[in-house]
Design a protein around this ligand. Structure first.
Ligand code: MLT
Length: 402
């Protein structure tokens, strides 16, 4: 009676497993101040533009004339227009408001989007990568069996030093490919040339790219692409997921968007129309007050405040990266992304490294193997901690003997 594929997946989701181990440590060591550089959860509070917009929207709800009940499933037009303008037209990309679907998080959209495709489709992911792409397809039965730490129907696009942590198009045809740039967990960012190769490959193979740009606001280099639609023809082969979570501190508030271009078709069907149909059936929209708060991120003041928070996180990222490099551990990421990624010294496993850092330096990080087989022996530190904790973590790392 139950979905048999659940029995095949590892029993707990990566970040739940980390949280459980940290809770156990904290219970045994209640006086210890933990330096939390594990899950990419923000620590800066919401900006005043966002708070004012929330307060105003809440106030509106107490007046019959302004009260809102069900909203449009696709999201309010004021927010979709603002996203089209600030996230796309500002890049010279013509994405229109009717191609944007506001949601309550990229996690759910990245996981749910595969419902538009048959359960027999083939899937590829870069490895290592955000585990939601893999786990959600495994739950739907698309990935076969989990044998020796890998799914036997999933194509893993290994990203390591040899390819600059950049996924390369596979030689075989695959129906769906999940790409994430800036990448979670390695922090690598794909260039225009990299994306061009992928768009050409997808066009030739009639494949669809599922492109996650949750960390695009952290790109510092003006030459790097922020959206796959900066590549001509991508609107015919790609769906893109963007998020307010890390950009504007909405991990608790929940707001994101998904772009399904009208030019995108599979087997002659419009994926935009299918996603609209899916959302209308299964989703009643993101709360009005949250959408008002998200729109406030795009005001002049909102952009300035958000920029300050991103700059603060990027200073943390730089400190973590340079500290690791100073102590002889080659770290990547952290330049255009809030994650720093490194190979564990002394060939330690990533869970051994997790325990070592937790027990001796009270630093919580994320074991690389939770992000896929190529993450084995690697480790991720997040720059979303507060600056004091990050500085403390950096000085403890310097004192450690690896
Ligand atoms: C992470 O730490 O990888 C992210 O916070 C997870 C997420 O965005 O769901």
């Amino acid at each position: 009676m139950i979905n048999p594929h659940y029995a095949k997946i590892p029993p707990s989701y990566l970040f739940s497993e980390v949280a459980q181990r940290v809770r156990a440590f904290a219970e045994k060591n209640p006086q210890t101040h933990l330096l939390r550089l594990g899950i990419g959860d923000v620590t800066r509070p919401l900006t005043s533009s966002v708070i004012s917009a929330l307060q105003q929207a809440v106030e509106e709800q107490s007046h019959a004339e302004e009260f809102r009940g069900y909203g449009p499933e696709q999201g309010y037009e004021f927010l979709r227009e603002a996203i089209a303008e600030k996230e796309y037209r500002a890049l010279g990309v013509n994405i229109t408001a009717d191609e944007i679907f506001v949601s309550d998080g990229s996690k759910s959209d990245c996981a749910n989007i595969a419902e538009l495709f048959d359960t027999s489709v083939t899937v590829a992911v870069s490895d290592p990568v955000y585990p939601v792409y893999v786990d959600s397809n495994a739950m739907a039965g698309r990935l076969g069996d989990f044998v020796d730490g890998a799914w036997n129907r999933l194509t893993y696009l290994v990203c390591d030093e040899s390819n600059g942590y950049t996924p390369q198009p596979p030689s075989e045809r695959v129906d769906l490919v999940y790409l994430c740039s800036p990448n979670n967990p390695t922090g690598a960012v794909m260039t225009h040339q990299d994306l061009q190769k992928w768009v050409e490959w997808a066009t030739e193979n009639k494949s669809i790219i599922l492109f996650d740009v949750a960390y695009r606001a952290f790109i510092q280099d003006p030459e790097l692409p922020r959206s796959i639609y900066e590549i001509l023809g991508a609107e015919k082969v790609a769906i893109e997921f963007g998020s307010f979570s890390k950009t504007a501190g909405f991990t608790g508030l929940r707001a994101s968007w998904t772009v399904v271009p009208k030019a995108l078709e599979a087997d002659g069907a419009s994926l935009n129309a299918m996603w609209m149909r899916r959302q209308a059936t299964k989703f009643n929209g993101t709360a009005y007050i949250v959408q008002k708060a998200a729109a406030a991120v795009y005001t002049e003041e909102g952009m300035r405040e958000t920029g300050e928070n991103i700059a603060l996180y990027m200073r943390n990222a730089q400190l973590l990266r340079t500290t690791l490099n100073e102590i002889g551990i080659t770290a990547v990421g952290g330049e255009n992304s809030p994650y720093v990624w490194f190979k564990c010294p002394q060939n330690r496993s990533s869970w051994e490294m997790f325990d070592l850092l937790l027990n001796t330096a009270h630093i919580v990080g994320t074991p690389g193997e939770g992000f896929g087989p190529a993450g084995k022996g690697h480790f991720r530190l997040s720059a979303f901690g507060n600056p004091e904790d990050t500085k403390l973590a950096a000085s403890r790392l310097k004192e450690m003997e690896f």
